[in-house]
Design a protein around this ligand. Structure first.
Ligand code: OXD
Ligand code: MN
Length: 618
């Protein structure tokens, strides 16, 4: 039975039903009975069925499910992701583009009758707390129970989502997903920002099919934010509660594999804990931010769960994330420990299960399998896929913020950018102002590592960590950042850049990272409060070495000193000259020459930075 009287929703569902021709249409109300029945259905599928999910050990992992996707369907597919605006220039140089009509002409035949013999699930969901002025409604149509069960964790799903919409509004995002034949040749993840519409076909893997996440909350929402005066960003949100009881909120944008979930769930070093500091998680991946009545920038996490990378998550690296996965979690493409029907992934612990099923479904002797070398890649085999995931409810998180469901969001004091840089970029520095901070965001780049194929140490530009997620022209996106700064004026958050990944000549990390990043957050908070000085350098404000607290910081068996901090802050002007040359090339060749409207203010920032660096290099 339809769960809304909203005519726009009903008309669109009818239209999509006519196109995809399902045998049955089921509206997802979000009730426990309905979700339990779907769980029974999908776990009762016969062995070998592509859609099958498995129940895990009910004592050790209550309410947890396991699923594996096809080996050709294990990650987001940026080369098959499109922004379809009427004009090509509106998609800009960082997106694949096709005209909406042309794309629909291609996709309509793929969707025509694709749900024959299947059920269409109509999923109403809210991105953001129900009733929040910052929240938005989406409806996803899908033929996958896996999607329904994941959306239940990642969003506020069910009929209450329609409360925000009412009977006449047309302000909802229309998402159509079909796993179709999971044919990689015909896999498309398509955003039509001008129509609030997403079409995804031929994938059954999380990032491509949970349409509330990257497709809506970043690509479509960034476009909406530009038009409506707010920001959708690839940022974690955390709160640092100080001994006084006051909490300072910070967002941070890092490219993938740079530790966003770890920072969001940071456990402060003992000294900080004893002094009364606590870190609370509001979000680990996406922030929607809008100026509040008091003129400050407020953020909500539009999601309701964490879609995290499993390998590398362990009791030491992120005990809070691990705790999130202990109940009500869906695991995708990790390995199974058949001895007790639990899960395993690389670096969970040092004991791979002996009786294991690797992520593709083969029964193996875990330790022996890992020791084997893959002839093609020369790498050790892994039991879990490197991009295997957990989908865990936010409410499981031991350090979830008490403000997580606050409809007003949390006021942001600082925005941090960062990437993985072996050299050049210091541990932390602050922008001179918002415009300079916007330039810093546009210059975010991260080095490829030995773990990935291709050359090592190659810079990959990822402005604001949003390269795959900006739903319009990157130049207009930067202009929007500048406009937001003007609107916020002196209430704007302060902007910082961090680099946890500086190495010595042998490639050893110079900074311990993880919980000790609290020491850098401490300085950032003091800068926001105006209680600590800084050194003015050509690239921005740096801490005085002695202002980064190293009490009790023992790294690699040795007490960390202010001299070690000084090393992490040292600027090599030759390297910065190369950095500037590369940034100018990036702006000119990768962005401007390809139709990116770079704001003059950013070119000015680049010129001024170059001047300062050249003077300092003399
Ligand atoms: C990502 C993710 O790819 O969050 O950024 O899954
Ligand atoms: Mn992400």
């Amino acid at each position: 039975m339809a769960l809304t009287n909203n005519k726009n929703v009903l008309a669109w569902v009818d239209e999509m039903v006519a196109l995809t021709k399902p045998d049955k249409v089921v509206w997802i109300d979000g009730s426990k009975e309905q979700l339990d029945a779907l769980t029974e259905e999908v776990t009762s599928l016969p062995e070998g069925n592509r859609d099958k999910m498995y129940k895990l050990n009910p004592e050790k992992l209550p309410g947890c499910l396991y699923h594996r996707t096809l080996p050709n369907d294990v990650a987001r597919v940026e080369d098959r992701t499109f922004i379809c605006t009427k004009k090509k220039e509106d998609a800009g140089p960082t997106n694949n583009w096709m005209a909406p009509d042309e794309m629909k002409a291609k996709l309509v035949p793929l969707y025509d009758g694709v749900m024959k013999g299947r059920t269409m699930y109509v999923i109403p969901y809210s991105m953001g707390p129900i009733g929040s002025p910052l929240a938005k409604v989406g409806v996803e149509l899908t033929d996958s129970i896996y999607v329904v069960l994941n959306m239940n964790i990642m969003t506020r799903m069910g009929k209450q989502a329609f409360e925000n919409l009412g009977d006449v509004s047309n302000d909802f995002v229309r998402g159509l997903h079909s796993k179709a034949d999971v044919d990689p040749e015909n896999r498309y993840i398509v955003q039509f920002p001008e129509e609030n519409t997403i079409w995804s076909i031929n994938s059954a893997y999380g990032g491509n099919v949970l349409l509330g996440k990257k497709c809506f909350a970043l690509r479509i929402a960034s476009f909406q934010g530009k038009n409506e005066g707010w920001m959708a960003e690839h940022m974690l949100i955390l709160g640092v509660q100080k001994p006084s009881g006051e909490t300072v909120y910070i967002t941070a944008a890092f490219p993938s594999a740079c530790g966003k979930t770890n920072l969001a769930m940071l456990i402060p070093p003992e000294g900080y804990q004893k002094a009364g500091y606590k870190v609370f998680t509001v979000g680990d991946d996406i922030a929607w931010m809008k100026p509040g009545k008091d003129g400050r920038l407020y953020a909500i996490n539009p999601e309701n769960g964490f879609f995290g990378v499993a390998p590398g998550t362990n009791e030491k690296s992120n005990p809070n994330a691990l705790a999130c996965t202990k109940s009500g979690t869906i695991f995708t493409n990790v390995a199974l420990n058949n001895a007790d029907n639990t899960v395993w992934w690389e670096k969970l612990d040092k004991n791979p299960p002996v009786d294991a099923t690797e992520w593709k479904g083969a029964k193996v002797n875990g330790p022996e399998f890992i020791a084997e070398v893959d002839e093609k890649t020369g790498k050790n085999k892994t039991l879990a896929h490197p991009n295997s995931r957990f989908t865990a409810p936010a409410e499981n998180c031991p350090c979830i913020s008490p403000e997580f469901n606050n409809p007003a969001g949390v006021p942001i004091s600082a925005i941090i950018f960062g990437g993985r840089r072996a050299s050049t970029t210091p541990l932390v520095y602050q922008s001179f102002d918002w415009t300079h901070g916007t330039y810093m965001g546009s210059a975010v780049s991260s080095e490829t590592t030995a773990a990935a194929t291709g050359a090592v140490g190659v810079l990959r530009h990822d402005p604001m960590a949003m390269k795959p997620f900006i739903g319009y022209n990157v130049g207009d996106y930067w202009a929007h950042w500048l406009e937001m700064g003007e609107k916020l004026g002196d209430k704007a958050p302060k902007i910082f850049n961090v680099n946890w990944f500086k190495t010595d000549d042998e490639g050893n990390f110079l900074w311990p990272g993880f919980g000790d990043n609290m020491r850098v957050l401490d300085w950032i908070i003091k800068r926001c409060e105006g209680t600590v000085d800084a050194v003015e350098t050509p690239i921005g404000y740096e801490p005085k070495a002695e202002d980064i607290n190293v009490d009790g910081l023992v790294y690699e068996g040795k007490q960390f000193t202010s001299d070690d901090i000084a090393d992490l802050l040292k600027l090599d002007m030759d390297k910065w000259e190369s950095e500037i040359t590369e940034m100018r090339r990036y702006y000119d060749e990768d962005i401007k020459a390809k139709g990116g409207n770079i704001p003059a203010a950013l070119y000015e920032q680049l010129d001024k930075l170059e001047d300062r660096i050249k003077k300092a290099a003399k």
